[in-house]
Design a protein around this ligand. Structure first.
Ligand code: ZN
Length: 212
């Protein structure tokens, strides 16, 4: 049973992941991105943000609606939060019951017990990964885990229209129209990094990651 594809999909959905940044001069650096499930929830929360807060590369409203459908369900979509798959696939014997990410990992592990169960798990879980990436990548923004080198803030507080307060990483990387990384930005102090400075930002954040 070839599990690599499913394992990688589960990893991207439920764990922090490393992504490579390439400079125009060929240098390579790594940033840490939040789990796709977390980014999906943030995309939903962003739907209530004011246009001025969204800024360049922010989340447009239609994306948030699609993200909501993907997370909570809508016609023709197997939602991430549906307990349909959890109940159907009792193969996990109740282990890992709890948060969506935990349940998803437990399901992916337990599905290895049969080719049939594995094939279905792979189809649905890889489908979620593709759907979430398809939604998020057009926003051309990756949240970065780490403190801003300028203001030392790592998370910022934001507020939805209904007053619900949530936090998100201060740092993110914004993609240009060509799909290449254009700049890094801090939502707290507004600092921006491009070119050589972006390389410095990636380096500073990766050093923090190793120290923490
Ligand atoms: Zn800052």
């Amino acid at each position: 049973m070839e599990t690599l594809n499913l394992d990688m999909a589960v990893g991207l959905l439920t764990r922090l992941s490393k992504h490579r940044i390439e400079d125009e001069d060929g240098g390579t650096h790594w940033v840490t991105a939040l789990p796709l499930l977390v980014q999906l929830k943030m995309a939903i929360a962003n739907s209530a943000m004011q246009p001025t807060v969204k800024g360049a590369g922010g989340t447009p409203i239609p994306l948030a609606a699609e993200a909501y459908d993907l997370y909570y369900g809508s016609d023709g979509i197997v939602p991430v939060t549906s307990h349909h798959w959890w109940l159907l696939h009792a193969v996990h014997k109740g282990q890992g019951r709890g948060k969506v990410a935990t349940e998803l990992r437990a399901w992916a592990m337990a599905a290895r017990s049969s080719v049939e169960a594995f094939t279905e798990a792979e189809r649905i879980i890889c489908g979620w990964r593709d759907a979430i990436e398809g939604l998020l990548i057009p926003t051309r923004r990756w949240e970065i885990v780490g403190a801003c080198p300028e203001c030392q803030v790592s998370r910022v507080v934001d507020r939805e229209e209904d007053g619900h307060i949530f936090t998100k990483p201060a740092l993110s990387v914004v993609y240009g129209p060509d799909g290449a990384i254009s700049n890094g930005v801090c939502a707290e102090c507004g600092a921006e990094w491009r070119g050589d400075n972006l390389r410095k930002l990636a380096w500073l954040v990766s050093v923090q990651g190793r120290l923490s």
